[in-house]
Design a protein around this ligand. Structure first.
Ligand code: C2O
Length: 547
């Protein structure tokens, strides 16, 4: 196994998109940031220096961080932010994961422009469980605003309203052919007749679930969230923010140019969204194409599902299987039921009207089990937990909603008042955990991509309406469910996940739509140190940023 050293400098960089130049925050002046390529078993040492004027941290999305929780990165959860002028070195080892992950800033909305791919190839000497592709291309889907993203979020926080939607989607930082001023920089994905290209598709968008497709070509899904899947073929994939999907594409069409395209899956009825389409170009590199001069031909446009095509999302999501029988915990020690959804809070009288511009003079909020998560501000939760410092968080996060109601029906207004707090839920080391993630219809239903730090989990079932233990438990897949780190909980529906709490630390679980994190759709699991040296978390690094 190798050790890879990298230097990340977070800095303001002028970047021109949609005809205008903005000073955006980047890593090393690159947008998207550097692609990290490693093998399973390797160690990464990344020194991050913050030369921007915002606080920053970097999160290695999906990396298990076994015993190395100090390197996970969410600000005020596992570390205090790296202040402007400061630095911190993240050290961790890839243990058992293979496929595509990514890294991103985990501080306010900084990740809008601070993100990159993290590619994990098989252990040295091992090969892919599918035919080795001739080429591999990471495709990071993102969002672009004609404003500083940090200003967009600041304005929303000030008013309590929903933030402005983005002005473009991007593929590898480029809006592509269908927007103004970006045609000549459109990303080209090369392919040869008869060869395959492994597309590593990553949804790095801040607030939007996205459909992705390639004109005239079939996509064979072989992995997701750095776990292999039983291969299946589809024409379109959907990714929630945070999710990755590896697809094989064969050069089996007449040599020409074809668009790869992404646009919104917008599941919340009536909510505004960016209704534009980003494109890259799949271009045949072979001689016949050159002869036909196809590099200057107009690419073929694919058809994408309608923005609200939930049946396509459901069919896609239900196609995922692990490649073989897996060890899903069958006996459960912790049976948890968490609602995930939005809410509206009354504005305290002393708030000026300017700060209450949500529906009917309210402020938007979001919660799990009616708890609206608030980050601490003067110490990280992990530090307080490991060092026994009181007063930072409480451990009374409820295992069940405070009261039962018809989650997906007409929810009573009295339940639209999530309570702010910093609450965690304790898990005993080694305990076998099931969480029912129940979407709600409070304010509006929406598909929520729920991400758990420090773990992969099996998604053993999903469905619409209210989860019913009697009729839904018999449908659990305990044989070959997919292993993921982010579960797209169906709109007005539910998903059930299982994992074993074998990684001590403080682990955030949250909706990966960043607007929802700010509103409180998050909680923290606190996993104890177990018994013995090899279970407990390593001591904090000496350069861990303090508050
Ligand atoms: Cu990809 Cu908490 O994040």
């Amino acid at each position: 196994a190798k050790t890879h050293l990298h230097d990340f400098v977070i800095q303001a960089t002028p970047v021109k998109r949609l005809c205008k130049t903005h000073n955006i925050i980047t890593v090393n002046g690159q947008y998207p940031g550097p692609t990290l390529e490693v093998n399973n078993g390797d160690t990464l040492i990344v020194k991050v220096t913050n030369k921007a004027r915002y606080n920053a941290t970097i999160h290695w999305h999906g990396i298990r961080q076994m015993r190395t929780g100090w390197a996970d990165g969410p600000e005020f959860v596992t570390q205090c932010p790296i202040r402007p002028g400061g630095s911190y070195t993240y050290r961790f080892t890839i243990q058992g994961q293979e496929g595509t992950l990514w890294w991103h800033a985990h501080s306010s909305w900084l990740r809008a422009t601070v993100y990159g791919a993290l590619i994990i190839r098989p252990k040295e000497g091992d090969s892919y469980p599918f035919t080795k592709p001739k080429r591999e291309t990471p495709l990071l889907l993102g969002e672009w605003w004609n404003a500083k993203p940090m200003d967009v979020v600041r304005e929303a926080t000030r008013t309590g309203a929903s933030p402005n939607v983005s002005d473009a989607y991007t593929i590898n930082g480029q809006p592509g052919d269908l927007y103004n001023c970006s045609s000549k920089d459109t990303v080209i994905v090369p392919i040869d007749s008869g060869d395959t290209n492994l597309l590593r598709v990553i949804n790095a968008a801040l607030n939007q679930e996205l459909f992705f497709t390639v004109a005239n070509h079939k996509l064979t899904v072989v992995g997701a969230d750095a776990s292999y899947t039983k291969p299946f073929t589809t024409t379109v994939i959907m990714l929630g923010p945070g999710q990755t999907t590896d697809v094989l594409i064969s050069g089996d069409q007449p040599p020409a140019r074809y668009y790869a395209a992404a646009r919104a899956y917008a599941s919340a009825p009536g909510a505004p969204f960016d209704n534009t389409t980003t494109t890259a170009i799949l271009e045949y590199k072979s001689a016949p194409c050159a002869a036909k001069n196809c590099a200057s031909s107009k690419p073929v446009m694919p058809s994408l599902p309608a923005f609200n095509d939930t049946p396509t999302v459901t069919a896609f999501s239900k196609s995922f299987r692990s490649p073989r029988k897996v060890e899903v915990p069958t006996v459960i020690d912790e049976n948890l039921f968490f609602t995930v959804g939005l809410g509206l809070n009354k504005c305290p009288k002393h708030f000026r009207a300017r700060r209450c511009q949500g529906p009917n003079g309210t402020r938007f909020t979001a919660s799990m089990n009616n708890e609206s998560f608030v980050l601490p501000s003067n110490i990280s939760i992990l530090q307080a937990y490991e060092q026994g410092i009181p007063g930072v968080f409480t451990t009374d996060f409820p295992a069940n909603p405070p009261r039962k109601f018809d989650y997906t029906g007409n929810v009573s207004r009295s339940l639209w008042q999530p309570v702010p707090g910093t609450k965690g839920y304790k898990l005993k080391y080694g305990s076998r955990v099931q969480v029912v993630l129940q979407g709600t219809n409070i304010f509006t239903p929406e598909n929520h991509p729920i991400h758990l730090h420090g773990y992969d989990f099996y998604i053993i079932a999903e469905g619409f309406g209210n989860f019913n233990p009697k009729t839904d438990t018999p449908k659990f897949n305990l044989v070959d469910p997919p292993l993921r780190n982010t579960a797209a909980v169906p709109v007005n529906g539910w998903a059930v996940i299982r994992f074993v709490a074998d990684n001590p630390g403080a682990w955030l679980m949250h909706c990966h739509l960043d607007v929802h994190i700010g509103w409180g759709l998050a909680m923290v699991f606190l996993v104890d140190n177990g018994v013995g040296e090899l279970q407990s978390i390593e001591p904090p690094p000496v350069d861990l940023p303090l508050c």
